[in-house]
Design a protein around this ligand. Structure first.
Ligand code: NAD
Length: 290
């Protein structure tokens, strides 16, 4: 079994981006700038946003973090997005999800200018991705593609089972892996909460991508010998031995499944690291021509 080390791969890719940024600065070109908006105090969201901003600093990007209270109204949030859209200093905008219930996620995503949609959630970005046109590809599936590419994993003709059909992970992942590209050219089965006999489908998979949001859901008896397992899940489970009172586990029962795999991603240190890396790459793409 080989570990797909998101930490190591992302560090290598981020070092390359940092080098490009430093070169741009020497040439007097614009410094990439990412603006992040966080609404409310969800602890996991705070952690995600903080690590995105920290990564910006590490690689020489400019960043703006706008923290808004839980009670922020939808029009207020839309006004902030409009201001960021109009600000030439800002190249990429992300609004950390989930949003408080009184704010319509779809409206917010649609309000971000597609030229600054570095999360790749806007319908224009998703539509262009499906058509295979250049665009911002959502960071998590894009990060997974970067990881497969880095490890030179041949996916052609492989049967891939993607578990989870969200707009930000499962669905774009199924499209990217099935298209005529490398990595890609897989035969993809997209599974979800209404799928019958998930275990039988998983046992046919050469590659499993688990994006469910349920701790340790994919067990060893669901995985074929030699399969490649990509664990997207980030689940907090109670752990009194930790100072924080919790630890992070994926959607895959790592210890048992790892023994059967050819490759597997750990949690933490796998897909999460690649997601941030892909987001930074998108922000660099957003500024490229300026
Ligand atoms: P989501 O809740 O939007 O979607 C979950 C999907 O799982 C749904 O499509 C649902 O149909 C499917 N599902 C639920 N129960 C199932 C079952 N029993 N069998 C088969 N399918 C089932 O979640 P999401 O936003 O796609 O996130 C999934 C997980 O990935 C979460 O743990 C989330 O925290 C994590 N995540 C990680 C990253 C990262 O950077 N590593 C990024 C985004 C999301």
């Amino acid at each position: 079994m080989q570990l797909l080390d998101g930490k190591k791969v992302s560090e290598a890719i981020l070092a390359g981006i940092a080098e490009t940024v430093s070169q741009r600065k020497q040439e007097g070109k614009k410094t990439p700038h990412l603006a992040a908006i966080l609404v409310g105090g969800d602890p996991a969201s705070q952690t995600y946003v903080a690590s995105k901003v920290k990564t910006c600093e590490q690689i020489g990007f400019g960043s703006t973090l706008l923290r808004l209270g839980e009670e922020t109204s939808e029009p207020e949030l839309l006004a902030h997005i409009a201001a960021f859209n109009a600000d030439p200093e800002i190249d990429g905008i992300l609004v950390q999800l989930p949003l408080p219930r009184h704010i319509a996620e779809e409206k917010v995503i649609n309000a971000i200018s597609p030229e600054k949609d570095v999360d790749g959630f806007h319908p224009i970005s998703l539509g262009r991705m499906v058509l295979g046109l250049p665009t911002f590809i959502s960071a998590t599936p894009n990060g997974i593609m970067m990881m497969l590419e880095h490890y030179n994993i041949d996916t052609t003709g492989k049967h891939c089972v993607v578990i989870g059909r969200s707009n930000i992970v499962g669905t774009p992942m199924s499209v990217l892996l099935s298209r005529n590209s490398n990595p890609g050219n897989c035969t993809v089965t997209l599974c979800h909460s209404k799928t019958r006999d998930l275990k039988a489908l998983c046992l046919q998979a050469d590659i499993i991508v688990a994006a469910i949001g349920r701790p340790n859901y994919v067990t060893a008896d669901m995985v074929k010998e030699g399969a490649i397992v990509i664990d997207v899940g980030i689940n907090r489970i109670e752990d009194s031995s930790k100072k924080s009172g919790f630890r992070l586990v994926g959607d895959v029962d790592f210890d048992q499944v790892a023994e059967k795999c050819s490759y597997i991603t750990p949690v933490p240190g796998g897909v999460g690291k690649m997601t941030i890396c892909a987001l930074m790459n998108n922000t660099l793409l957003a500024v490229k021509d300026k």
